[in-house]
Every structure is written in structure tokens, then in C-alpha cells.
Design a protein around this ligand. Structure first.
Ligand SMILES: [Mg+2]
Length: 188
């Protein structure tokens, strides 16, 4: 299969990083449990932009720690012959730092793509399965016939309940839930 995997809140717990930035810069708390929608209402758009920009600087990108079993799971899929496309909603200048991070954590992948329109790229390169926590990306993928899966977060709870999304609490559960699909799908 051809698998696309998001980074923030999919491969690592981005929320803590973003929340720490909001606290430091603006003194605003963003409790994880209360983030029911990705709109992040406690920050004004320009404040959110500043926090995201800060968390996507090289040092912050490279300091991220992956979720338990994420690297091992993706590595096993890659070793089984599945194509791994890493996709992140990041500016192109974050590409090199992201590449260094992927190398540091030892994630096996075929290509990395930083852009603001992940799903179009997925469609272009024939992705079969997108793993992404963002409700909008999940909806867009489903619209285009791409199978959708995610790590469960407060902001994708509704989508997980209402849409045909493979949702799991963590990477070991996700690996288990995706196993039948990956076994059926051809490698590559
Ligand atoms: Mg994400």
C-alpha cells in the first residue's frame, strides 16, 4: 500500500509543544482535554500563527519525541514493502530540519513533503491510506476515496464517531487496527 503519515499529533505529541509556546508568549493555557475543535479559540489567529511558527523552527522540530511504537510500526510497514510518504503542514524551509529529525528518530520512509495542501498531493501520488489527526484532512481524504486513520484526540472525536475513520488511542492500537488492511493491500 501507499501510506501517507502526518507528523504533528500523529508521530509526536505536538499539543504540549504548542501549548508551552502559547503559555510562554501570551500567557494563555491550552488544556489538551478541552481542544474539541482545531479552531483553537483561546488564541487569536495571529497569536496561533506566531506559536506555530515558533514550534516549527529547526530546534523545536528536532527536539520532538515520537509517540511510543510509532517509529517501530512505520519501520515494520516499510520493511514489508509499503511506500511511506511523510507529510506535514509546514513551510518548505522546515524541510531540512524535519529530515534531520526523521533521521535522528530512525524513521524509515520513502519521501517527505512539507506543504499546505497534503491531500491533493496524496491524490496526485496515489496514496491509499492517510494517517492524520486533522478533521479537515480526514474529511478531504474520505471525499477523494483515500482511506483515513488517526490517533484519537479531543478535536477529532466527532469525526471518529461520525465518519468512516480508523481511529485508535495510540500506535500499538493503530498498528493492530490497520493490520488486516495492510495484509490485504499490496506492498508498494
Ligand atoms: Mg497533525
Amino acid at each position: 500500500m501507499r501510506i501517507a503519515i502526518d507528523i504533528d499529533s500523529t508521530l509526536h505529541h505536538y499539543w504540549d509543544v504548542l501549548s508551552a509556546s502559547a503559555q510562554r508568549r501570551f500567557g494563555i493555557d491550552l488544556p489538551y482535554e478541552e481542544q474539541y475543535d482545531w479552531g483553537i479559540t483561546r488564541l487569536r489567529p495571529e497569536q496561533l500563527h506566531a506559536c506555530v511558527e515558533e514550534t516549527h523552527r529547526a530546534a523545536a522540530i528536532e527536539a520532538a519525541e515520537p509517540y511510543p511504537e510509532a517509529v517501530e510500526t512505520v519501520g515494520a510497514w516499510h520493511a514489508a514493502g509499503h511506500f511511506i510518504h511523510i507529510t506535514s503542514h509546514r513551510v518548505d524551509t522546515a524541510h531540512t530540519a524535519t529530515e534531520r529529525w526523521l533521521e535522528r528518530i530512525g524513521l524509515a520512509y520513502d519521501e517527505l513533503y512539507c506543504s499546505f495542501d497534503k491531500v491533493s498531493r496524496c491524490e496526485e501520488i496515489g496514496i491509499d491510506l492517510l494517517i492524520d489527526d486533522g478533521p479537515l484532512n480526514i474529511a478531504r481524504a474520505l471525499e477523494r476515496g483515500i482511506i483515513s486513520a488517526t490517533i484519537a484526540h479531543p478535536w477529532n472525536r466527532d469525526v471518529c464517531e461520525e465518519e468512516d475513520v480508523i481511529c485508535a488511542a495510540d500506535w500499538p492500537a493503530l498498528r493492530e487496527r490497520l493490520a488486516p488492511l495492510l495484509a490485504r493491500g499490496e506492498a508498494g
